[in-house]
Design a protein around this ligand. Sequence first.
Ligand code: MG
Length: 386
Amino acid sequence: MNSEKRLALFGATGSIGRQTLDVIEHIGGYKVAVLSAGKKADELADLALKWKPDIVTIADYNGYKILKDKLGGSDIRIEVGDDAASGAAEQADYNICVNGLVGVAGLLPSYHALKRGITLALANKESLVLAGEILNKISRVTGAKILPIDSEHSAIWQCLRGENVDDVARLILTASGGPFRETPIDEIKNANVAQALKHPTWKMGRKITIDSATLMNKGLEVIEAYHLFGITEDKIDVRIHPVSIVHSMVEFVDGSFKAQLGTPDMRHPIAYALGYPGRLSYKPHDDDPINWPAIEFSMVEEQRYPCLYLAFKALRTRGMATAVLNGADEAAVELFLDGRIKFGDISRLVDMALNAHIASKAEDIEQVIEADSWARRFVTEQFKGI
Ligand code: MG
């Protein structure tokens, strides 16, 4: 049997994608089978020239000519359009999937990888937020593993190794608190895009950086943690930890805590997922606790970060409420980034969508996608009236 690791990388030109390529360049032993991106055709073409995948996919039709010009003459297949990534996930020849796509675009690639019984190293939060129950069910049937690539979930996963889930008193996800941690609360609602994009510790894409300012990102992570570890929301807490050294922790029923620590570097959780169940002897950077800043924690104030509380509300509702939460947030963040609504309107619009949504359980992935679209339409229609 061929044991070659054949990687399908979704979101190749994004932060997770590039760092994944950086990790596999160091550890070796991988053939890149698929490189998939949303819009950045030039960058995708350069990566394809270097990694020589079987297939490249790009969502944006404008990218086709660029890819054709740069890759013409090679035998790399070019697939274009919104369905191109999911088509590659469904059909290409690969045996490990890293999904670093942003947003709902990541859902179908996750779905197809798991359906085929292929290990999914998952950085796309929306997959589990939208369809956690469905994807978990598929992974139980096919035996495909879902391995988290997110600093918080990787930390919790590492802390839980060798432990019994019944012995967990609570999970504590840490949050940097974003750029508005110390801003007077009444100023936050009028913050502009530039202020909201100034993230103190992690360098990430625009959508996730705004979600880090509202703490919706942490809310989505709470929902993911529920699906990944089977621990309900009454046993999940969030604490503000500005320096991001403690990536998350677990408290056990005997009052003992386990945490996973290190200077922030996403290549750690990526390498941990790729090395699982072992550890790779690969250090992305030298680190020593002597260089770490003081480790402090504080509570999350609801008035400062209403989006985190909306995520808990959606999770308690179950069913498709979390898909509505996410769709509404994506639409609202887009409006904010376009300068059409105020920062404080993001949480207002998401809350309005949650209140208007009639709770129901998803039977299949199409219903989830429909709930997501409904929430986006709702926000796009409602924002003019606020
Ligand atoms: Mg995270």
